[in-house]
Ligand binder design. Sequence first.
Ligand code: DX5
Ligand code: ZN
Length: 229
Amino acid sequence: MLATSGRALVGASVLSADFGALRQDTASALRAGADFVHVDVMDGHLVPNLSMGPAVCAALRRHFPTVALDVHLMVSDPALFLEPFAKAGADSLTVHLEADGDIRKLIRRIHALGCRAAIAISPPTPSSKVLPYLDEADMVLVMSVHPGYSGQSFMPSALRKAAALRKHMDASQRLEVDGGVDASNARACRDAGFDTLVSASAIFGAADRAAVIRSMHGPAVARRGALSR
Ligand code: DX5
Ligand code: ZN
């Protein structure tokens, strides 16, 4: 295992926020130290759930004009949604390798829209499938649960994928983990090479959100680039 590789960025996934008080709950996570907001978009097709669309992203952008919005598109046809979410204020757009479409074209489209581009892989997808696109991607998202729901248990296979990917990535590229991340596994995530940790239930379900986010940040100083444009 590698030595702890620096302070991670922590994203609050609003999938576990109180949707009836989204503004207040998001503000609370940011006050508690979250570095960015993660927006989970589900189409009921690539994953077995529905969540939120561009209007919710636009509302977050209106209320939090300077916060980085990291939009995770768990949809079968991401090409349909890149422009709507870019216009809604997304800073980064993540498309799944398991979705339809030419990944390279999707990355270029995301860049043309002025956003950072990320590729996500679900647990059954080997990390090697990402390698052909690493030259153009700004970030890789390794799912540590089957996408669709918050509140699932962390799958340690994500740690092996991180180690395999990190050695092919340069210092400006981010490696994000999403699913079941909490205070008990955050250090293992950082040590494996993840520099960007996303959490929904562990943050929004905590009595002391700041303590949870501190444990996810880890001790040292950040090395990699910011998530915002
Ligand atoms: C899962 C989503 C995750 C989810 C994480 O499909 O992509 O972002 O909100 O939730 P927790 O942290 O509760 O596993
Ligand atoms: Zn997500």
